[in-house]
Design a protein. Sequence first.
Length: 553
Amino acid sequence: MTHRVVAVLLLLGTWPVAFGQGSPDSIRFTPRDAGAAQHILGLQLTRAERDSAMDELEWYLESYDTLRGLHQPNAVRPALVFDPVPPGQTFSRDERPMELSSPGNPLRVPENLRDLAYYSVRDLGALIRARKITSVALTKMYIQRLLEYGDTLQCVISLLEDRALRQATRADSELAAGYYRGPLHGIPYGLKDLFAVKGTRTTWGAMPYKDQHIDLDATVVKKLDEAGAVLVAKLTLGALAMGDVWYGGKTRNPWNLKQGSSGSSAGPAAAVAAGLVPFAIGTETWGSIVSPSTRCGVTGLRPTFGRVSRYGGMALSWSMDKVGPIARSVEDCAIVFDAIRGPDGKDPSVRDLPFNYTPDVDWSNLRVGYTKSLFRQDYPNQQNDLETLEQLRALGANLVPVTLPDSPVEALAFILEAEAGAAFQDLTLSNRDSLMVQQGKDTWPNIFRAAQFIPAVEYIQANRARSVLIQKMAALMRRVDMYVAPSFGGDNLLLTNLTGHPCVVVPNGWNEKGSPTSISFIGGLYDEATVLAMAKAYQDATDFHLKHPPLFP
């Protein structure tokens, strides 16, 4: 009986107060209220049981009201930490230096510096290290492109010109003095405006926060500063990390300006695709790197949950949020990931594990799976995906069919909504959610309101089912080192975000409308090195990532 009472309590306790209908001093529940609520929750309580619950419900409501009075900021995390590792699984601690492939044209500088716009991070880094170009010159070129095309794409929230030129000047001075920080030394980049940077706005892409200042540098910013990278712009995201609509408009797809760039890492993907920055930092909770990378024809890495600190970033879902790079190539993603990974003592989810990346792939020792049933379904990108499988076989991959775990994955999606509803409960209770640009049924304001009705018991039950899913996924990954899947096939995208597995998404062609398509490579937990190496082998055998949108020369 107790769990049923708590379920009713949770619904009744949030219903009246959440939407400004009173306080515990003015509200008293009746058995009739409980009778109406139980139908929403699928319960069957007797009149006597509802009568007995009334005092307990009132006490819980008073507790809710007390806690709501704390007005806890988004940065305060729950006293719980999600762990994607199933019992008994261990990981190697053997760390080796990262290996990179040779640059394409390391000493060739075009007459017009704008022609560097689509160079890879690796090649730009080689030019800077050889002092064939300066970071200041490179930074000014990208700033000019951001000024020229940022409004067209609606992808820039804050241009950080002064900060960028100071960093670029420092990078050039250090190099002149013989101090080289690594492959990101002097390389400009963009940052999803979900992360705090001292002295700048951190808007989260949403009208209620458009003038927000957070007086700290996010860990990912600090790590990139230490690597010598140059932050040139804070880029758009769909409001509060959903979609591509922010308070200033809709971020555009560089391949088709009539189309949004998808989201929520809308600005990072669009800016990289249009040659406005060589790489950018995005985040993913459920597709926010994979989807815009696909739409804009760029390469994205969603690392394992707990690989990159989220400190200084907006929390949407404490158990699902991940930070990763969006770039032109797989190896560029590896370079950036190596700089931002690792613990900082502030995000307790982050593990200290090695990243032993090498571009060499030994196909004879690599067990490569593919989701056979998903590739057989009739879907828009099927032909390009089947050609990807053939290309992998031609490279030497012995593809093994795998089947995703048989679990009610879609039914677990409300885990995200429950956590998001908690993260932004203050927005809901204050009615400031009415300031959000989008107000439809499938947008955050409505989802946050509805999330107040999710019983804690059901949230815990969903996470218990998630534990079973993690163990089933571990059994699958014991059969293969990684697997290939259609980027939006079946439940794979949600499933792997729930289990925390890494994903590399790369372009694999175009559809009949001329828009980019993609394929996804899924790796084992904390084994980004293997999945990146295989994705690079595929990318090196194709040229899809070398194509650029013609509207942005």
